[in-house]
Design a protein around this ligand. Structure first.
Ligand code: R5P
Length: 313
């Protein structure tokens, strides 16, 4: 590792960051994040960063506000310590699902982009953001990394002649197309509507799933409602087991663990962009995105292209 690199790892990405740093043969850069009695945070970098190419790794996963604030303070401290170039790697971007204007509702993804822009970044790396449209909210140079090839490779041993890739909603179609291409499988999608944050309804399937074993693919699994509804619709349409699921971001909030416990999922293949807390979920298999991030950091530090690591245009 070049003497002038530094990788700072935020508290939302401790485990992932440790693995990334191990691959880069370095240790996470030291900093102190202290808390005041009122809960406010303060970040201090113990040594100057003059001339350093700094990478800051932090998912804005729940609790988003805390992890975002920590990220902003860390970026500010790095700048003030003299970092010559500052690149943020945000494997999971919170609020990304709020990406469409709906009358008088706040537009969370846009607000996140505006706030992140205040961090004084030179570059930003995101991963499998809910929709690529979010890229347009950012004005700084952005690389949209994808874990889909890693997850597809992990799913491959379970794929059979009768397998089919299933997008659990319209928004997942583009991603599903990529899985289908990589695994050389046909695809189908579920016609879904979201009723609330934790309730969705599946109205039917577009595509042939009868007697086929589905691989349901999505950007994230949050409460599990989408996967639950998709499996219900798939079974009603004649799909068969084994049913596999692959998602980049395993948030597993609310009743997710309960939902998953009762679903006939043979394998639940997830990335580690978000720390996965116990209790364990029986079907869960974690595929680390650390190799992808380490390669991206290494190449970015040499100003090499990352295009083959990114979501296809
Ligand atoms: C929504 O469009 C996303 O792509 C996911 O399908 C959704 O956010 C998953 O959330 P949940 O598990 O709560 O249904």
């Amino acid at each position: 590792m070049n003497e002038r690199w530094r990788v700072f790892v935020g508290s939302a990405s401790t485990r992932l960051g440790a693995e990334v740093c191990e691959r880069l043969e370095t240790a996470p850069a030291a900093y102190e994040c202290r808390r005041f009695p009122d809960g406010e945070m303060q970040v201090e970098i113990p040594a100057p960063l003059a001339g350093c190419d700094v990478f800051l790794l932090q998912s804005t996963s729940p609790p988003v506000e805390r992890h975002l604030m920590e990220f902003l303070l860390l970026a500010d401290a790095c700048r003030r310590a003299g970092a010559s170039r500052l690149t943020a790697v945000i494997p999971y971007l919170g609020y990304a699902r709020q990406d469409r204007r709906v009358e008088r509702r706040s537009l969370g993804a846009r607000v996140m982009a505006s706030v992140i822009a205040t961090a004084g970044l030179d570059r930003l790396m995101l991963m499998d953001v809910h929709t690529s449209a979010t890229e347009g909210f950012f004005d700084i140079p952005l690389e949209h990394l994808t874990a889909v090839p890693l997850l597809a490779r992990a799913a491959a041993p379970s794929m059979r002649e009768n397998s089919v890739v299933v997008a659990p909603d319209l928004g997942a179609v583009r991603r599903a197309r990529e899985y289908a291409r990589l695994l050389d499988l046909p695809m189908a999608f579920v016609h879904k509507t979201r009723l609330s944050g934790a309730d969705v309804q599946a109205h039917g399937i577009v595509g042939d799933v009868r007697n086929r074993a589905p691989l349901i693919v999505d950007d994230m699994l949050s409460t599990g409602a989408t996967v639950e509804a998709a499996i219900g619709a798939l079974r009603a349409a004649g799909a068969v087991e084994p049913i596999c699921v692959a998602v980049t971001h395993a948030l597993l909030v609310g009743r997710a663990r309960d939902v998953l416990r009762h679903l006939p999922i043979a394998r639940l293949i997830v990335g580690d962009t978000v720390p996965i807390e116990p209790p364990a979920v029986r079907q869960l298999e974690v595929t680390s995105v650390a190799p992808l991030i380490a390669t991206a950091i290494q190449r970015a530090s040499r100003d090499e292209s990352l295009s083959d690591l990114c979501v296809p245009a």
